[in-house]
Design a protein around this ligand. Structure first.
Ligand code: IVH
Length: 672
């Protein structure tokens, strides 16, 4: 071997090692700069001696000339699927079934592995060199996607045989799953978004689509990775006889293997892990856990049912994403006239709930994703968030789908809809739009605002429909006879409602401010305004600069407050409110009782288990504490609820102590 050949060989080995450290172990030992230098030198030598380039050279990952079609590949053994279990009981039933077939099962041990939500691939190595890679296909015959797989950095092109390490059989066929990690997927979509390009639906579809490319140079641009979990076939060489050893053996050969795989002495251990596993904690998407009989001979002897091996089973997590048909797109008119589209779906179950509608965010979203009526769409429902459409599955379009154009007139009042230049939102321009009024009233009477019990959505709708009220002030001049004429209103219900309406006149100022529905002014901001301004007359005179100087108030809220009071129709409402005696004046009453929270400033974020925003604020203030809207140097505690906003991250960054609703109550009890 010439000196140059030796250098070339050594470079190949070094680069292979560093890629392994980087892509498989996530633990590099050289800087990117050093690595790039080695790669540059290798490519230099290859340019001089193109005849030296072997298919396992690290330079052969950038993709090759496009193919006309994928060739067929016959698998050396059937590529089986898996039966499903949805509960611990299903797992025990599975165990009982196979225990009846074979006595060895009752003492069996197991492995438990994440069920990777990617695309199955079958990799053929001859003398340690990656020769061919295929899709699962129908389980017997797949498609040759070798060139695409070659671009996956984590996939070894060459298994180095170490003298003291495990030996590689002459032929080794390995099964794994190609996927994209959540972080890489987010980064990919963020980049596309910045470039103004269409984003991808989810990691799985993107991984599958990437491997179906005839042009492997395109595949090379996608952040695919791979994890392997089984040996499908081997010739001339020893392979392990248990699944647990197989995972370790594959890891020893340099393959990426899911770190989270575990050995279990018995089924109970595996069931416990299934129940304790939270899919969120994985860096890639998983749709369940796979439990496998560890003894591969036993697993093999148990045979298959259809395409499912008896010796393994998938414990599936409740799905969060499903596909269904988009039957229609309709719109809602919000409190401020914002028109938002929503999807009417063919009913579908997601995580135990039947979903018929989902949000479509805004009209830009529909356009950007090219969502059409009749499309099959991917819908997600995670935790308690409102289900939302992720996007259409374009591959299954029939041509009958109808593109969507936003309405030009308001579905409620028929007046024109406008989309101000540079804004995402579409608005109904009619201030007297009944739909807006309904939303406004709904908000005005809600628990966090005037808290008028007995005035539900349907009653509000009836009142507006019958033309009995035109604004919030009209609620207070409703006549008994007006209500009695409404459907479902008897004597008692009417009296109760009228009484509740009158009683709400004694609600404090901050609740009235909340109820006005000023854009950007929620319960916390309303309280801050009520603390500062004695009544609505004083607030009305406040300038934008003055409001902006209040803690937690930015220019946008300040402007929307000023605008609200400048609006003529709102001035009329204020006049009416004053006339009917709904004119609370904030009293700076002497605080009674013990004040354990004296001197402490709190910020609240997310939904608390039992207290509403108003209630937690009342609680804190009645014990001497202060509540503000933003994390600052003065914040003593962040009270954290479900689905917190950005304040959570800010508090963590600033090292502000984070407490729960319970902690807050303890703080109050201990102090008093
Ligand atoms: S074992 C006999 N292990 O899930 C071996 N499969 O729904 C059968 N999958 O087709 C497969 N992660 O593509 C196995 N750790 C894992 C897996 C896994 C994901 C996929 C596999 C299979 C599908 C069945």
């Amino acid at each position: 071997m010439s000196e140059l050949q030796q250098e070339y060989q050594q470079l190949k080995d070094e680069i292979r090692y560093h890629r392994y450290r980087y892509y498989v172990l996530n633990n590099p030992v050289v800087s990117d700069y050093e690595f790039d230098k080695k790669m540059g030198r290798l490519e230099e030598i290859e340019r001089e001696h193109p005849d030296w380039i072997a298919p396992d050279s690290p330079s052969q990952r950038a993709g090759a000339e496009p193919l006309d079609k994928f060739e067929k590949v016959e698998h050396p053994a059937p590529i089986l699927s898996l039966g499903n279990a949805f509960s611990p009981q299903d797992l025990r039933d599975w165990f009982d079934r196979i225990a009846r077939l074979d006595d060895r099962v009752s003492n069996a041990d197991f492995t438990i592995e994440p069920k990777l939500d990617g695309l199955t691939v079958v990799l053929l190595y001859r003398n340690g060199i990656f020769i061919q890679g295929a899709t699962r296909g129908n389980g017997e015959i797949g498609e040759d996607i070798t060139e695409n797989l070659r671009t996956i950095n984590a996939l070894p092109l060459h298994i180095p045989v170490k003298k003291d390490g495990p030996q590689v059989p002459e032929v080794l066929v390995v099964r794994g799953e190609a996927l994209i990690t959540k972080a890489d997927f987010e980064a990919l979509n963020q980049r596309l978004e910045e470039e103004g390009k269409k984003t991808y639906l989810n990691p799985r579809n993107t991984a599958a689509g990437s491997l179906r490319q005839l042009d492997s140079r395109v595949t090379a641009q996608r952040p695919l990775t791979i994890l392997v979990y089984a040996i499908v076939h081997s010739e001339n060489g020893d392979i392990p006889s248990t699944q647990w050893e197989t995972l370790n053996y594959l890891k020893g050969l340099g393959f990426p293997v899911a770190e989270s795989s575990q050995y279990c002495q018995n089924l109970d251990e595996a069931i416990k892990i299934c129940q304790e596993t939270n899919p969120e904690q994985f860096p890639f998407e998983i749709d369940g856990m796979v439990i496998k009989i560890n003894d591969l001979d036993l697993a093999n002897d148990l045979g298959v049912v259809g395409k499912d091996p008896r010796g393994a089973i998938a414990y599936k997590f409740p799905a969060e994403e499903v596909t269904t048909r988009l039957d229609d797109i309709r719109v809602n008119v919000g409190r401020t006239g914002v028109i938002t589209p929503y999807a009417v779906l063919e009913a579908v179950e997601i995580g135990g709930v039947i979903v018929r509608q989902a949000t479509l965010h805004n009209f830009d979203f529909i356009k950007d994703k090219d969502i059409r009526i009749g499309d099959r769409v991917l819908v997600k429902r995670a935790g308690e968030v409102i289900p939302y459409v992720i996007g259409p599955i374009e591959d299954v379009r029939t041509g009958d789908e109808a593109p969507y154009t936003p309405p030009e007139t308001c579905p409620s009042c028929g007046e024109p809809i406008v989309n101000p230049e540079g804004e995402v939102a579409f608005y109904c321009t009619n201030n007297a739009c009944p739909a807006q009024l309904v939303r406004n009233l709904e908000h005005f009477v809600s628990r966090g605002a005037m808290d008028i019990v007995g005035l539900g959505i349907s009653t509000v709708e009836q009142l507006v429909e019958e033309d009995l009220i035109k604004d919030i002030a009209d609620l207070y001049t409703l006549k008994k006879q007006d209500l009695l004429n409404l459907e479902g209103f008897g004597e008692k219900k009417t009296d109760n409602l009228l009484m509740a309406i009158q009683e709400s006149k004694s609600q404090p100022l901050y609740r009235l401010i909340t109820g006005l529905g000023i854009r950007g002014v929620g319960e916390v901001a309303a309280q801050d305004l009520a603390d500062r301004y004695k009544d609505l007359d004083v607030l009305k005179k406040a300038s934008k600069t003055e409001i902006e100087s209040l803690e937690g108030f930015g220019p946008n809220i300040a402007e929307s407050v000023v605008e609200w009071f400048e609006n003529e129709e709102n001035q009329l409402i204020l006049q009416k409110l004053k006339e009917i005696g709904l004119w609370p004046v904030a009293e700076k009453e002497e605080k009674a009782g013990p004040q354990p929270l004296e001197g402490l400033t709190f910020v609240v974020t997310g939904t608390l288990p039992s207290l509403s925003r108003t209630e937690v604020k009342d609680l804190i203030e009645s014990h001497g504490g202060k509540v503000t809207g933003n994390i600052s140097g003065n914040t003593s505690y962040l009270v954290l609820g479900e689905d917190p906003g950005s304040k959570y991250g800010q508090a963590q960054k600033r090292g502000v102590p984070i407490i729960s609703e319970d902690d807050l109550k303890t703080l109050i009890e201990k102090g008093s």
